[in-house]
Design a protein around this ligand. Structure first.
Ligand SMILES: Nc1ncnc2c1ncn2[C@@H]1O[C@H](COP(=O)(O)OP(=O)(O)O)[C@@H](O)[C@H]1O
Length: 288
């Protein structure tokens, strides 16, 4: 990851130094995921076979409110790869007294995207800190969000799999507006109670609220960019700038489309099934 974080800082040097990346090592993919990987060239395959295993290099795509953070964090716990959410990196910087703080607040609160340069810098710093602590692999959430970011990422490391989470747009809005966070423990909750009946051949969908425990209930805060106006703008920008990233990965055979069938209790086991992951086996191997 050292090379990855350094190269992210300088995309022009990325291609020249690509061969030195550790990311050519064989990924520790769950068995059924092998078919999502692009077939490596012969020489790479030989190198991969000789290299030690590495942890997953996964990306989560999906509209605001779809649940990227929830599922990326659960998979991170299961697979032992760090969950890196660029939205969290932006919010940390925004809440700091750093020089970028005010500039970021203005962009985020309008629902716009932060510049590729700032995001690459924040991500590189996070990767460097992670690798200093011995982290391996990653599950990215909220990056890449533009074709340029996807190209930079492709230039510096190999992505094994991109999971594209999908949900109806009316539900996305409700879920964003229902989001709450405990200002003390940082726990994430959602007060939206979604219960839509099926009609005209369209299946119904229910998503129970994720309510806070009593000790968090009086300390809930709402993200300043989770207002109706800003969420609508974020959805518009997603369709304009981020949706093309889906095709970028689809054309490379790396995209796994996943329509959320409901809330966490229904969706989590189905996602694991789609990924061919056995929760029990992962926990056993993590404990070993
Ligand atoms: N990869 C990125 N590129 C540009 N801006 C980003 C990126 N990731 C996060 N941001 C900024 O941080 C904000 C919050 O991101 P995030 O928490 O991922 O929100 P969302 O719920 O919209 O997916 C975004 O609206 C955007 O301003």
């Amino acid at each position: 990851m050292a090379a990855f974080s350094r190269l992210l800082r300088s995309s022009s040097s990325a291609r020249r130094l690509l061969s030195s990346l550790t990311s050519k090592k064989q990924s520790r993919l769950p068995a059924g995921l092998a078919h999502h990987k692009a077939a490596p060239a012969r020489t790479e395959a030989a190198a991969a076979a000789a290299a030690p295993e590495r942890n997953v290099h996964w990306v989560f795509l999906g509209c605001p409110g779809v649940g990227k953070g929830t599922y990326a964090s659960r998979l991170s716990n299961l697979l032992g790869a760090p969950h890196i959410a660029t939205g969290d990196l932006v919010r940390d910087e925004l809440n700091s007294s750093g020089p970028l703080s005010r500039q970021l607040a203005e962009i985020v609160n309008k629902g716009k995207l932060v510049s590729d340069e700032i995001i690459i810098n924040l991500l590189s710093k996070r990767l460097e800190n992670g690798e200093a602590k011995g982290g391996s692999g990653f599950i990215l959430d909220g990056f890449p969000r533009t074709i340029r970011q996807a190209e930079i990422l492709e230039g510096v490391t190999e992505i094994d799999l991109v999971i594209n989470l999908k949900l109806r747009e009316d539900i996305l809005l409700e879920k964003c507006l229902g989001r709450r966070m405990c200002s003390q423990c940082g726990g994430n909750f959602n007060v939206a109670d979604i219960n839509i009946k099926g009609e005209n051949g369209r299946p119904g969908i229910s998503m129970a609220p994720l309510l806070p425990p009593p000790h968090c209930a009086s300390k809930l805060i709402t993200r300043s960019d989770d207002t109706e106006e800003v969420v609508k703008e974020r959805l518009r920008i997603y369709h304009e700038k981020s949706q093309p990233v889906e095709q970028f990965y689809r054309s490379r055979g790396k995209l796994l489309e996943f329509d959320l069938p409901g809330g966490i209790p229904e969706s989590w086991p189905k996602l694991l099934q789609a990924l061919n992951i056995e929760e029990h086996d992962c926990k056993k191997s993590a404990a070993a």
